[in-house]
Design a protein around this ligand. Structure first.
Ligand code: HEC
Length: 482
């Protein structure tokens, strides 16, 4: 039943898209026929960045939704690519398929494994809060904050808990393991920036996790202490680090890194709770300086995967749909009330200090707007259209209340050079598309405009992370080793 309606949705969209192409490319009649035009599509050729050329036209369509717990290993682009924009739906489809596979219920065996990846109802019928595949990935502190101890193998939950969260808690294992997927959310500050205060004066919390290949790469092998990259001495002098890519045979998912943002659910009305993926988590409280158990909801999700042929990774970013208040619905962040916020910066009331304010009554909610709209092109197969397609397929689950805000990818696999080797963005960074204006309102609230982001490295995933290109674009690996 479900399968059939999914297929139907995909077909209708494909046809609608073809109809669109037909009516715009042949000037004679506004036909809605579903066969491709036989006349040559008029095209215009323009200079792209870094000496490339792009041509308008070419077919754009949204591939059929697959509800699968197997990570996608490629992007289904057509043989003829005229411009990056033309194939945006293929990359957006890939982002959503990755999102589904990562949020698939986790197997109780090992870490980072899907339970029944081939059974769609294992995902569609999972109770809210079921631990996800990515929720069992290794957290950054399991790798970088283990003092003199060697970080444990990927599948192990046997880790030292950050000091502020271990007080009075015998058996560190219980904290992380009590239900798998629980997290010690100990980061209250955005990347290179300030904390984010929601409408209820609670802080948004951030966490970074690494999949098996990325983790094993940074952990290194027992036999070779020089391969232990969580130790700063092994990254000095800097030399190019390259994490493993996907392989088709045997099917191998390659390196994956992700970053998530969570809000405190205690202030969210009961009727809205089912619009979030909600888990219990140990959260660090700046007032008590202790961790306590809280119910938290996912509001932002960054993921990058090393696909074969995409040495600069593919960058995908999701948000919960109620992050920004609208006239219809109060969201996580109150809407901007002046044009300086809504048109120049995308925020107002940024906290004055990096330090977390222990007294909630002294915190001021941040107001925000989306400065970089979710892409509305190509027509009929834009990111907004891809979102609608997937949200429909996921109806009845909390995942239907998430939206892809951007996919940014390298359009060329040639000419990579890190800044240390005099490379410059975008030409030495795979000629990313889009080049700029690719951020998440819950994760880079204060870096939406080029001006605000300039000092921090830029207002897109790839521009900012390119400054960490030598450590394979990982800011964590660049800055956290001890
Ligand atoms: C202005 C700079 C900046 C921008 C823009 C930015 N990031 Fe990051 N990002 C960082 C920093 C700094 C960290 C390191 C966080 C840490 O280790 O605490 C990070 C961490 C990450 C991580 C965790 C892996 C790692 O070690 O780097 C992922 C995944 C990630 N970002 C994805 C994205 C995506 C996707 C976007 C765009 C939608 C994006 N970032 C935009 C600065 C940025």
């Amino acid at each position: 039943m479900m399968k059939r309606s999914l297929l139907f949705t995909a077909l209708v969209l494909t046809f609608a898209c073809k109809g669109e192409m037909t009516s715009t490319s042949t000037s004679t009649s506004a036909t809605t026929e579903t066969t491709p035009p036989t006349t040559t599509v008029p095209t215009t050729t323009a200079a792209g960045p870094c000496g490339t050329t792009t041509t308008s036209g070419g077919e754009s369509k949204i591939p059929a939704v697959a509800i699968s717990g197997n990570m996608p290993l490629s992007v289904p682009v057509p043989a003829q690519i005229n411009s990056p924009e033309q194939v945006r739906p293929d990359f957006d489809w890939y982002s959503w398929e990755e999102f589904i596979a990562l949020n698939w219920p986790a197997s109780t065996t090992g870490r980072g494994n899907a339970d029944q990846p081939g059974n769609a109802s294992a995902f569609l019928k999972a109770p809210n809060g079921t631990p996800t595949v990515w929720g069992t990935y290794k957290a950054n502190w399991e790798l970088f904050n283990q003092g003199d101890a060697r970080p444990t193998p990927f599948d192990s939950y046997d880790v030292h808990i950050p000091a502020q969260c271990s007080a009075g808690k015998p058996g560190e294992k219980r904290l992380v393991m009590s239900s798998k997927g629980n997290t010690v959310l100990n980061d209250g500050v955005q990347a290179f920036s300030f904390p984010l205060v929601d409408a209820s004066r609670n802080y948004i919390f951030y966490e970074v996790r690494y999949g098996r290949d990325a983790y094993d790469f940074m952990r290194g092998t027992d036999a070779d202490p020089k391969s232990w990259l969580y130790l700063a001495k092994n990254l000095s002098p800097p030399k190019q680090q390259t994490m493993p890519s996907t392989t088709a045979t045997p099917a191998h998912v390659g390196a994956i890194m992700l970053k998530a943002a969570w809000r405190d659910m205690s202030s969210v009305p009961a009727a809205d709770q089912s619009r979030y993926y909600v888990v219990p988590a140990e959260v660090y409280d700046p007032g008590t300086k202790q961790c306590s158990m809280k119910s938290v909801g996912l509001v932002g999700f960054h993921v990058v995967q090393k696909l074969q042929g995409f040495g600069e990774w593919i960058w995908s970013s999701f948000e919960q749909v109620d992050n920004l208040s609208t006239p219809q619905r109060p969201g996580m962040l109150p809407a901007c009330t002046d044009t300086n916020c809504s048109q120049a910066h995308g925020f107002s009331n940024r906290p004055k200090s990096l330090a977390l304010e222990p007294d909630p009554t002294k915190r001021v909610p941040v107001n925000a707007a989306r400065l970089n709209p979710i892409p509305t092109t190509p027509k009929g197969a834009s990111t907004l259209d891809v979102n609608a397609t997937f949200q429909k397929a996921l109806a009845g689950t909390p995942w239907a209340f998430y939206e892809l805000v951007i996919t940014q990818w390298p359009t060329s696999d040639k000419g990579f050079k890190p800044p240390e080797d005099r490379g410059t963005y975008p030409c030495a960074s795979g000629i990313p598309f889009p080049q700029d204006g690719a951020v998440n309102v819950a994760l880079e609230t204060y870096f939406q405009s080029p001006n605000d982001a300039n000092g921090a490295g830029g207002n897109s995933c790839m521009r900012c992370h390119y400054n960490a290109a030598i450590t394979d674009f990982s800011w964590g690996l660049n800055r956290r080793p001890h």
